[in-house]
Design a protein around this ligand. Structure first.
Ligand code: UT7
Length: 331
């Protein structure tokens, strides 16, 4: 039975660069605070009118080109985002239309930071059934329009950012190549620790002036609590996925950890006793792009020569939900 392998990768980020100094002109913060507490130097934010689907289309076209495939070769689309362009329908169908794909299925998933890992698992399962051969998976977010650029909201405003990454997957017969194992979890008791309350269908109307006055439409996060769980759950999950394939951290060529905060990545690296060359981070240039962080890392490693055929790579993510997980992949 064939499972899934990544055939091509691509990324697209807005051309608008927002530096820490830019932010310090709009709120009480400093380049020094942001760099030392988060590792972020700059991030990308969309310009007015630029959409998540625009970025996803550009990233997808790059991934298709690397895979040597055309849009018409795709059998389906999975779109991971917690910040869709609209409430309904999801970004998947808008991407299907923008790419000029046939009437292939387009599925949206909303796992936020771990959305890309969950998406890989779904794509692998779809390919294993034999129902689909070539799938496009996108992780894309526009967080900048959901934040308030103010001192009151500075703990989120300096971190979150916009970007998109895509992969094309296809069937692989070699059992030791491609996506080898997954470890997925959720823990809803922490749902409100990192969330957007409104708009929501439990409210009538779904969003009101009162919600906006109370800032319930903004991303709300208890950063310390998320941090505390992230630094234990990600190492635990990496170990779990390695155990499933009978490997250890010594076998790992590369760990790609969700880019939430460089201090989190460094603590995950220490907990797993990994050498610097075994971990790749790019949060300094992109900030936290939620579902897009892993495909952004992956594309930079593939195009930058950090990943070679035969390398064992593990990708791991933790975030809103809480929801987290890892995937082990032989390149
Ligand atoms: O994507 C997955 C989900 N997200 C995460 O994994 C994020 C996890 N959490 C974090 O990355 C960190 O908790 C933050 C970067 C959000 C905050 O860092 P922290 O070290 O936990 O800071 P804190 O919230 O405890 O705040 C410490 C101080 C406070 O001042 P006082 O009360 O000590 O006077 C904050 O008001 O730092 C202040 N502060 C800032 N100061 C300057 C918070 N944000 C800023 C800021 N600039 N941007």
């Amino acid at each position: 039975m064939a499972h899934a392998r990544i055939l091509g990768t691509g990324l697209a980020v807005p051309d608008r660069v927002v530096t820490n100094d830019d932010l310090s002109t709009r709120m009480d913060t400093t380049d020094e605070w942001i760099r030392t507490r988060t590792g972020i130097r700059e991030r990308r934010w969309v310009r007015e009118g630029e959409t998540g689907v625009d970025m996803a289309k550009a990233a997808s076209e790059r991934a298709l080109e690397m895979a040597g495939l055309k849009v018409s070769d795709l059998d389906g689309i999975i779109f991971a985002t917690s910040s869709p362009d609209h409430f309904v329908p999801g970004n998947g169908v808008f991407l299907q239309r923008a790419l000029g794909a046939g009437t292939i299925p387009a599925l949206d998933i909303r796992q936020a930071c771990s959305g890309f890992i969950y998406g890989l698992s779904l794509a692998d399962a779809w390919i294993r059934t034999g129902q689909f051969r070539r799938l496009l998976l996108v992780g894309a977010e526009i967080q900048s329009t959901g934040m308030e650029i103010s001192t009151e909201e500075r703990h989120t405003a300096v971190i979150f950012a916009d970007g998109a990454g895509a992969v094309v997957l296809g069937p692989e017969e070699n059992p030791d190549r491609g996506l080898l194992a997954f470890d997925l979890h959720s823990q809803g008791e922490f749902a409100e620790t990192l969330w957007v309350d409104s708009p929501g269908s439990m409210y009538h109307p779904r969003v009101s002036h009162q919600h906006i006055d109370e800032k319930r439409h903004l991303l709300q996060m208890d950063g310390k609590e998320v941090f505390r769980h992230a630094v234990t759950r990600m190492p635990e999950s990496v170990q779990a996925v390695l155990v499933k394939i009978g490997k250890t951290t010594a076998d790992l060529a590369l760990l790609l950890p969700h880019q939430a905060n460089l201090r989190i990545s460094e603590m995950v690296q220490r907990a797993l006793k990994l050498r610097d060359e075994q971990v790749y981070n790019n949060i300094d240039r992109y900030g936290n792009t939620t579902a897009a962080t892993i495909p952004l890392l992956l594309d930079e490693c593939v195009r930058g020569g950090r990943l070679h055929p035969g390398d064992l790579v593990v990708m791991t993510a933790f975030g809103s939900g809480f929801s987290w997980g890892s995937v082990a992949c032989r390149w």
